[in-house]
Every structure is written in structure tokens, then in C-alpha cells.
Design a protein around this ligand. Structure first.
Ligand SMILES: Cc1cc2nc3c(=O)[nH]c(=O)nc-3n(C[C@H](O)[C@H](O)[C@H](O)COP(=O)(O)OP(=O)(O)OC[C@H]3O[C@@H](n4cnc5c(N)ncnc54)[C@H](O)[C@@H]3O)c2cc1C
Length: 298
């Protein structure tokens, strides 16, 4: 982490709310479902698929979790009604994981069942390392019943190698990302090059085993390596997709699309944009650096 990023992280509480909102604007569709539909439609028109999420996490009341599931059900209905090319992704702490894992499981099951009825797919995001075991367990349990659910693995974590060895056996549908949460050295790689090398090795294992992989990164070295692996394995574009976040590097989006690969853009929306932005910035000060650099560019 650079000195600049450290300084930015330390001064976060001093950044006025309107500035956080302004800098978050490119990365968030807006506050309402209508905002989200508009942005997903734009992405679809550009030839990209969407992945909608509602901002929110770590709820501490059951009613909040139930409200989140109901809101996600409305999103699924809107995707079907508006004929959007999009799935949804959810955070289990938004569905009550920290209150009661069994409750979070039931909430997620409800959404996955509704998605199944509508011919859609739910991806379970991976949160910080305190959630990894419970997330993988809920995913495993849902997979006993459903084929329209997948989860995420993080190249930053040392345990992911072993987790992937297990997940590839049943050819799971997985998103591979570096991992946004900065974790202690004992459980995670802190060196950027090691995270990159681990990403490539995990990707190769998952694709070789026949998993459907969402290759989530904006790191051009990893995009390059992923394209080499896909080419070497002779994979049809239907066997994987690239994934990027809304607002990040639209030029790379175009490069990936023009090379004939499928690309999904994650489109978050909701009223919780401030808490979400600040939390992300605190968790990963490098993100704070991106925000301030963007601020200086404007
Ligand atoms: C579709 C998608 C889903 C994700 N889901 C999860 C998840 O479930 N769990 C999880 O822990 N992490 C998730 N992440 C985040 C991911 O783990 C990384 O933190 C993030 O993508 C940055 O890593 P990178 O591979 O893009 O490489 P980096 O080297 O961090 O980024 C490469 C370049 O992309 C740009 N960039 C990257 N991120 C941003 C940003 N937020 N704002 C502005 N510019 C940026 C910068 O210019 C940077 O130099 C997801 C990422 C994507 C794209």
C-alpha cells in the first residue's frame, strides 16, 4: 500500500459526504430500481450482460434481511419484465448471516428458488474471511437442491487453493476475484505478484476442470493471462465470462468484447451508497487512492 493510499485512508472521515457521493457516482447506478434498469439496459445495448446487486451488508435486524430478500425478488421480476440480460448477486451478511446462518440460508434459498422459477441465476458474493466457511457451506447446501446458484473465490486468501480443489470436483459455477478485503498475512497473500500468480493458477485449475468461471478483474495482466488460458484450452466463449465493475476502465471492457469474449458488468444500486462507499474505502485503502486520483482528474 502506497503512502498516498495510507494518507487517503486516514483522512477518509474528513471527506464531505457530497464528495464521496460525487466520486462514487460512476460506480453506482443510482438509488432506485429504475436507475438500475436504465444502466443495465445501457450495458446490454453495449453487448455486456449485467449482474445487479442491492447495496447493503451486515444487517443487524431480521426485518432488514427479509426486506432485502423482498427487494431482490422485485429485481428478479423487473429483469424478467424488462427482458434484461442480467442475473443478481447477493451478500449473505445482507441476508442476516451474522445474525443466524440458518436464517441467512433460508433467505438465500427463497431467492434462489424464485430465480429458478424465472430462469435466472444468483451468485453469492464472498465477503471477509469471517464469512468464508459459512458462505461455502450455504452454497454447498443450496447446490444439493438447485443448479442456478454459484459463489466466489478470492485469490488473495491462502485457503482458496484447497477450497478450489474441492469445488472443481462438482464443477461449480465460480467467480474468481483477487478479493477486496485486506486480510492478515497469516491467512492471505500481501504481495501483489503472488496474488496475481495465484489468480492465474486457480483460473487454470477451474477452467481445466470444466467449471464455468466468471473472470472478475480489471488487471490487464490477468486479462491477458486469462485469454491465453482460454485459447490454450480451446474453450468455447459459452464456458466462461469476464466480469468488471460498473465505471471501472470502460476501454478495457471494449477490448475484451472486441476480442470475442463475453463480459458481465456488476451494477450496484440502492440507498446505502454512502455506507457502502466508505466501508469499501476503509477496507481497502488502495480504493481510496483510486477515488482521490479520480477527484484530482475531474
Ligand atoms: C465483477 C466483480 C465482482 C467482485 N466480487 C467480489 C467479491 O465477491 N468479493 C471480493 O472480495 N471482491 C470482489 N471483487 C473485487 C475484487 O476482488 C478486487 O478487489 C477488485 O476487482 C480489484 O482487483 P483487480 O483484479 O481489478 O486488480 P487491481 O490491480 O486492484 O485493479 C486493476 C486496475 O483497475 C482499476 N480498479 C480496480 N478496482 C477499481 C475500483 N473499485 N475503482 C476504480 N478503479 C478500480 C484500477 O485502475 C487498477 O489499477 C469483485 C470484482 C469484480 C470486478
Amino acid at each position: 500500500m502506497s503512502l498516498f493510499d495510507r494518507l487517503v485512508a486516514a483522512s477518509l472521515p474528513l471527506i464531505p459526504k457530497p464528495v464521496v457521493r460525487w466520486t462514487a457516482t460512476p460506480y453506482i447506478a443510482g438509488e432506485t430500481l429504475d436507475d438500475c434498469i436504465r444502466v443495465v439496459r445501457e450495458m446490454n445495448a453495449e453487448g455486456c450482460m449485467g449482474a445487479i446487486s442491492i447495496l447493503g451488508e451486515f444487517v443487524n435486524r431480521r426485518e432488514e434481511a427479509e426486506a432485502a430478500v423482498a427487494e431482490y425478488e422485485q429485481v428478479l421480476a423487473a429483469i424478467a419484465r424488462e427482458r434484461l440480460d442480467s442475473n443478481v448477486h447477493v451478500k449473505l451478511t445482507h441476508f442476516g448471516l451474522k445474525l443466524d446462518p440458518a436464517f441467512a440460508y433460508q433467505n438465500t434459498r427463497r431467492l434462489v428458488a424464485r430465480a429458478k422459477e424465472l430462469g435466472n441465476f444468483v451468485r453469492i458474493d464472498m465477503e471477509d474471511s469471517s464469512c468464508t466457511d459459512a458462505t461455502l457451506e450455504i452454497h454447498r447446501k443450496l447446490r444439493e437442491e438447485f443448479d442456478n446458484v454459484g459463489t466466489v473465490v478470492q485469490a488473495r486468501l491462502r485457503r482458496t487453493d484447497a477450497d478450489v480443489h474441492t469445488l472443481v470436483k462438482s464443477r461449480e459455477n465460480l467467480r474468481l476475484c483477487k478479493g477486496i478485503y485486506l486480510e492478515p498475512r497469516a491467512i492471505s497473500y500481501l504481495d501483489r505478484t503472488i496474488v496475481q500468480r495465484n489468480y492465474v493458477s486457480l483460473l487454470e485449475e477451474m477452467l481445466s476442470a470444466g467449471c464455468y468461471v466468471g473472470i472478475a478483474t480489471h488487471d490487464e495482466l490477468l486479462v491477458y493471462e486469462a485469454m491465453r488460458i482460454v485459447d490454450r484450452l480451446g474453450l468455447d466463449p459459452s464456458r466462461y465470462e469476464f466480469q468488471m465493475l460498473l465505471g471501472v476502465d470502460p476501454a478495457l471492457r471494449k477490448i475484451i468484447r472486441s476480442a470475442g469474449h463475453r463480459l458481465r458488468v456488476a451494477v450496484p444500486f440502492g440507498r446505502q451508497w454512502y455506507a457502502y462507499s466508505v466501508r469499501r474505502l476503509r477496507e481497502n485503502p488502495a480504493m481510496a487512492g483510486h477515488v482521490l486520483r479520480a477527484l484530482f482528474k475531474h
